[in-house]
Design a protein around this ligand. Structure first.
Ligand code: ATP
Ligand code: MG
Length: 311
């Protein structure tokens, strides 16, 4: 498979079986150097299985895969040299200190001790853990542990960093701190691959992303393009006391692109939310509550991963 030099990961028909279970069902994607590329998907979508194939932790079952210009089936160690991995579970040594965790990892890459010491100092600053260098990992908060795992992944100065759910379980402050550090890496030209369940994370961080569901890619693009091509620009959410949503959708007809019932609300998608709301009011319908907003990746996600549509 020939790929352009600015492509860092290329997959064609990539598949992963665990016995009978087809976790990844023949997916295609192409990741450019220097971009932040996201894999968004619900539990069991196949995100971790894909990350593990890219990072040469688990062999593919079929299809083509090139990472940093090499085939993982032939050149795993060469590929791994340029990759930093932040696995879904931190896999830190909890009995050891923060600094020792960095040192041990650096030794895996045969980095000289003196060089590791110098890099660890910078990375502790980066991860805002300088004053915790001698703390046992056991005593760190979840956010600190995640930052240490990111620092650890950077000790070999990788050109590609793969982060499997970097902020799951963190509070908002801790998440924002991780995001800020990831922005910094991007500015330095590092390519980032991120999996997440968080729509806001994907929308803020990712240059491009794919939505995975049940082993397949069901949507791809920039966050904005995905929103505009999958749903629409704006959404009107209304609650009706009589709950007669089907009749309302019927009356709105072609004035909306699509409609969807989410719990006790009706979401109407279209170019201009205010105009749709005016139309609803002009029909003599007075919603118990209404909200006009821009469509988000969450709308895309709900649509692509199996919500029933009204239309
Ligand atoms: N080692 C394994 N052995 C057997 N089945 C596995 C193994 N790893 C994953 N699977 C199965 O493959 C499918 C995809 O799992 P995967 O962990 O890749 O999903 P995910 O998108 O990362 O989910 P999550 O968001 O929960 O982390 C699931 O059905 C899972 O049960
Ligand atoms: Mg996972």
């Amino acid at each position: 498979m020939d790929v352009l030099p600015d492509v860092i990961v290329e997959a064609r028909g990539l598949q992963k079986f665990f016995g009978e279970v087809e976790a990844v069902r023949g997916i295609d994607f192409s990741i450019q150097r220097g971009e932040v590329f996201g894999f968004l998907g619900p539990n069991g979508a196949g995100k971790t299985s894909t990350m593990r194939m890219i990072s040469c932790m688990s062999p593919r079952s079929a299809g083509k895969l090139l990472v940093r210009g090499h085939d993982p089936a032939e050149s795993g160690s060469e590929i791994r040299r340029g990759i930093g991995l932040v696995p879904q579970d931190d896999a830190l040594d909890s009995e050891m200190s923060v600094l020792d965790n960095l040192h041990i990892y650096g030794r895996y890459f045969d980095i000289p001790r003196k060089e590791i010491r110098a890099r660890a100092k910078v990375l502790l600053e980066f991860a805002q853990l300088t004053d915790r260098a001698d703390s046992k990992v056991d005593n760190l908060s979840g956010g600190m542990r995640r930052r240490l795992t990111i620092a650890r992944a950077l000790i070999s100065r990788p050109e590609l960093v793969i982060l499997d759910e970097p902020t799951t379980g963190l509070d908002p402050q801790a998440r924002h701190l991780v995001w800020e550090r990831l922005y910094q890496l991007r500015r330095e030209g590092v390519t980032l691959i991120i999996t997440t369940h968080y729509m806001d994370e994907a929308e803020q961080l990712c240059d491009r992303l794919v939505v995975m569901d049940r082993g397949l890619i069901v949507g791809a693009g920039t966050p904005r393009s995905l929103i505009e091509k999958t749903v629409a620009r704006e959404v009107v959410e209304v609650r009706l006391d009589d709950g007669n949503y089907l009749s309302l959708v019927d009356r709105l007809g072609d004035h909306i692109d699509r409609a969807e019932i989410l719990g006790d609300r009706l979401c109407c998608y279209g170019e201009d939310g205010d105009q749709i709301l005016d139309l609803i009011l002009a029909l003599g319908i007075h919603p118990a509550s209404s909200l006009v907003r821009r469509a988000t990746l969450e709308d895309v996600f709900l649509f692509l991963t199996g919500r029933s549509l009204v239309d």
